[in-house]
Ligand binder design. Sequence first.
Ligand SMILES: [Zn+2]
Length: 342
Amino acid sequence: MKALRIHGYGGPEVLRYEDAPDPEPGHGEVIVRVRACGMNHLDLDLRDGSSRIPLELPFIPGLEPAGEVEALGPGVSGVKVGDRVAPTFYYVCGHCPQCKAGRENLCANNQMFGVTRPGGYAERVVAPASTLLKLADHVSFDQAAATQVAFGTAFHMLIGRAKAQAGETVLVQAAGSGIGSAAVQIASQLGLRIIATAGSQAKLEQALAMGAQHAINYRDEAFLPRVMEITAGKGVDIVFEHVGGEVFTNSVAALAIGGRLVTCGAHAGEVTSIDIIELFRKEASVLGSYTTSMLELRQVMLLVELGKLKPVIHRALPLAEGAQAHKILANREHFGKVVLNP
Ligand SMILES: [Zn+2]
């Protein structure tokens, strides 16, 4: 089969479109003929080695494949050849304390496609049958491949962690990204007032079109004074943060009394300072958030099926153009997700 593999860490040029052995399904596993695979910033970090996650080289990235079941391994039931599916992008042991508490995202034994096992940058991927989410006929493979990480992560952050309530105000940082645009849609469905930041007018207009009430171009003006102006000095109830560095520091300052900052990423700076006095006097909270639970994955897939959430696909490119796709992500040219079509 054709696959996009890396043989060593480096820039986009280390992605090689080449022949790779066809995978064989083991007990309880199926072969999925991949029609689309969502791309994530983690793919770039894995490729250049900055993720600090060791990969077994040559490696096939890709967390979010979607496609048709092509072959069944021994012991598989409840799935048939031709089913339209997307494997959950990770799966867990099911018996550790975190799994038993329904916090599968924190399972220490978890396996992730395109991270701990071969992913979807290929024509075929092996998946345990137990991971398969069946897709409604009207949900396209591109949509399915653009749903899980962005919507699942944003759902877990806003609802699972920050306990967002209708009528609250949320500041969504970098609303043009995959998870940022997902957060705007979820917040809009929840009935929140949304202030979105982005680095271009086009991205701000898209955020407004998806339900944001206010948009701030962080290249033109500092977001903190503008947020304070919009909220009449009160600050926001929730900050949806995934940027880090100075953005994180100023986001803490943007919180209202009782506000919650929830974060899932820090590409702009993993270590930063915060004003502790401000934090405790406001009884504000800083919440970490890591991926999404299995229940939340099913919930976001259902919401896509119902048309309540609409995956935003910036571009779908042929698998052979994966290096180009990585450049688009690295240059932050995209609004929404970039998808590869093997
Ligand atoms: Zn577990």
